[in-house]
Design a protein around this ligand. Structure first.
Ligand SMILES: Cc1cc2nc3c(=O)[nH]c(=O)nc-3n(C[C@H](O)[C@H](O)[C@H](O)COP(=O)(O)OP(=O)(O)OC[C@H]3O[C@@H](n4cnc5c(N)ncnc54)[C@H](O)[C@@H]3O)c2cc1C
Length: 611
């Protein structure tokens, strides 16, 4: 079994193709602010916007008439009538190319659909998310022509539902340690698969399993194990376990999958022999974003419920909504939602630009989106339920179901939030770390490294001469927020330099540090995304020549509300960042580690109350 560092090593490796591509998130670690990547805030193409709005409207209309989320939760299944009703809408093939019968929507539009599903029902969102954003996505990107022709039309129509099976009893976060094996057959006729998968979403519904197994691959040093993807139809030896009962998303199917002596031909390999790692990494990059979008929709539902409750219930002769502590909860939900929405749709725009011939590395951004959105949803679920108090605890109201559902997204799909924090920090630090290592080599071997030393000195001089990263494309009314961003980038770069010099390659073991780096970067990216989005709204307002301000107490127009939400998020994020930065040097990490060790070594907690 791999060590924690190697597990995260697996998790942090970027797909080879994303190396050297422009990356907004990674450039922040170098103190660069590549604002051309995030301004102007992406918008869907007019035609795609119209199609998506229509689809989302139809989905909501269908949901109003046919989907009972409480019943799905209570009965622990999605009725066939619901799945049947979603098929003609094209929901199963939302991101499958039109050539294969799908809707062919890009990342932004697909996220808008998953956002809507999140507002409707978690079980449906997880079922369709796994089918479309993971399994169908993997086939679309990595399938051969034959594989696409054979499977995608059925996946698009929903005739076949697919699973995406990686996790095994011994291999959760440490996906590299999966034990399922696909042995090449001596007759050269494909592979023999054996092993088991746990936690297979859609396991009980699937007519196609996209799964991953270890295969032997020839390298110069000899045979080595590498992960390969396989497409497996149900059949003899493909045994589906019983339905697992769960805390939330109870209507989704979750089973184990046992593979016993199953023959697979070479034509069933997905992404080539030993290419499974790349399939996994690229697919979960998209999957993370789609599920982050699900979190947006669910949070919007929670905010609506909390506001409905607060504006209709009186206590002490007053509406709850007039109370400061209730206002704080509703405002925090709105502010966080604005930032998470900005991050999801900005990142989707980067993915869309990438698929339209302007390749961009989005691996860090999708991880930020997933952590930010899933944790926002969890906070919103507890806050909304607190606003509803007793009703929030009762199962004839939706709060408790939404709270249970919300637990999932900080662990599925694409890595738990702990692992994603390591991923964000180590992926980001890898760039400056590599430069630092090359620089120290260059100093040791001055002639060989002359160019690099000069380059780096020139860079230092440039930075000293021109000062720090400057944001220029924001709207003037967001000047203060732009300065907060610039200040944070400066502090982040200083901290990156310091931790790399201090810990060197041992940074891979420094999880307290990684977590802080990731927290700063997530908030920083969310500030940038919010400023980009609010700027777009303000520039549009300027272009309309609309300078009217609302009457006192009147309803603000959209741009003014966006401005307020953006300012609110940036102010809170920057306070959090300041606190986090201070804890790089002043912290109780060592004390906390010893307290944890005490729990592990002796009884976890040997005190019986005050006695
Ligand atoms: C409802 C549901 C549906 C699912 N569907 C699927 C599916 O369709 N396909 C699939 O493949 N999987 C699926 N999963 C599995 C899911 O992906 C795993 O649960 C997840 O990857 C974590 O693995 P684990 O549960 O084994 O936790 P572990 O990996 O054992 O982790 C336990 C804890 O340790 C932490 N941890 C682990 N390693 C590190 C590290 N290096 N640094 C810091 N902290 C660490 C984790 O964050 C977590 O808090 C599903 C899970 C659920 C609950």
């Amino acid at each position: 079994m791999g060590s924690a560092a190697s597990a995260v090593g697996f998790a942090v490796s970027s797909p080879a193709m994303s190396r050297n591509l422009p990356s907004f998130g990674k450039s922040l670690f170098f103190g660069d602010l590549r604002e051309e990547l995030i301004f102007p805030f992406p918008r869907l193409h007019r035609e795609e916007q119209a199609r998506t709005s229509k689809l989302v409207e139809q989905l909501h209309e269908f949901a109003r008439q046919q989907i009972d989320a409480n019943a799905i939760d209570r009965d622990e299944r999605i009725p066939e009538s619901v799945l049947a009703g979603l098929r003609p809408l094209g929901l199963f093939g939302v991101n499958i190319p039109t050539a294969y019968g799908g809707l062919g929507l890009g990342a932004g539009a697909t996220c808008r659909v998953f956002d809507a599903l999140g507002a409707i029902d978690g079980s449906l969102a997880v079922t369709l998310g796994t089918h479309a954003a993971l399994a169908a996505k993997a086939l679309t990107v990595f399938g051969s022509d034959d594989q696409r022709r054979r499977y995608l039309p059925k996946l698009a129509s929903g005739e076949t539902i697919a699973s995406f099976a990686v996790t095994e009893p011994v291999a959760g976060s440490d996906a590299a340690s999966i034990r399922m094996r696909a042995e090449p057959q001596p007759d050269g006729q494909g592979f023999l698969l054996n092993g088991s998968k746990s936690w297979v979403t859609n396991g009980g519904l699937a007519g196609l399993h996209v799964l991953f197994a270890q295969t032997q691959v020839a390298r110069t040093a000899g045979e080595v194990d590498r992960i390969s993807g396989f497409l497996l139809d149900p059949g003899p030896g493909v045994i589906v376990g019983s339905e697992r009962r769960k805390l939330g998303v109870r209507g989704s199917s979750t089973t184990a999958l046992y593979i016993e002596e199953v023959r697979a031909s070479g034509a069933q390999l997905l992404g080539g022999l030993g290419g499974g790692f790349k399939v996994l990494m690229e697919t979960i990059n998209f999957g993370r974003l789609a599920f982050a979008a699900v979190c947006l929709g669910t949070t919007r539902t929670l905010l609506r419920l909390a506001v409905q409750h607060a504006t209709s219930r009186h206590q002490f002769g007053r509406l709850l909504s007039t109370l400061g502590m209730i206002k704080e909860k509703c405002a925090s939900m709105a502010v966080d939602l604005y930032a998470a929405e900005s991050v999801v749709y900005l990142t989707a725009g980067l993915l869309d630009a990438s698929s339209q011939g302007r390749p961009i590395d989005t691996s860090l951004e999708t991880a930020c989106a997933k952590v930010l959105s899933s944790e926002m949803l969890w906070r919103a679920a507890t806050d909304a339920s607190q606003v509803a108090a007793g009703c929030g605890y009762a199962n004839d109201y939706p709060y408790e179901r939404l709270l249970r559902d919300a637990r999932l997204y900080s662990l599925y799909p694409g890595g738990t939030n702990e692992v994603l924090r390591c991923y964000i920090a180590l992926n980001g630090l890898a760039g400056p770390g590599e430069q630092l290592a090359r620089l120290s080599d260059a100093i040791k071997f001055p002639l060989r490294g002359y160019g690099l030393v000069v380059e780096t000195l020139v860079e230092k001089v440039r930075t000293a001469a021109y000062g720090r990263a400057i944001l220029a494309r924001h709207h003037p009314r967001l000047k203060r927020e732009a300065v907060l961003i610039e200040d944070t980038i400066e502090s982040l770069t200083r901290e990156v330099d310091r931790v790399l010099r201090r810990h060197g390659r041992f940074i891979a073991e420094m999880q307290y540090v990684q977590s802080r780096v990731a927290n700063v970067v997530i908030d920083l990216y969310a500030m940038c995304a919010s400023v980009s989005r609010a700027s777009a709204a303000l520039y549009q307002k300027d272009a309309r020549g609309d300078h009217a301000m609302p009457e006192a107490g009147g309803e603000l127009d959209r741009a003014e509300r966006e401005l307020r939400l953006c300012i609110g998020f940036c102010s809170r994020a920057s306070t959090r960042i300041t606190e986090t930065l201070a804890r790089f040097t002043q912290n109780d990490d060592e004390l906390m580690k010893s307290i944890a060790d005490d729990c592990y070594i002796g009884q976890p907690y040997p005190f019986d109350g005050v006695l």
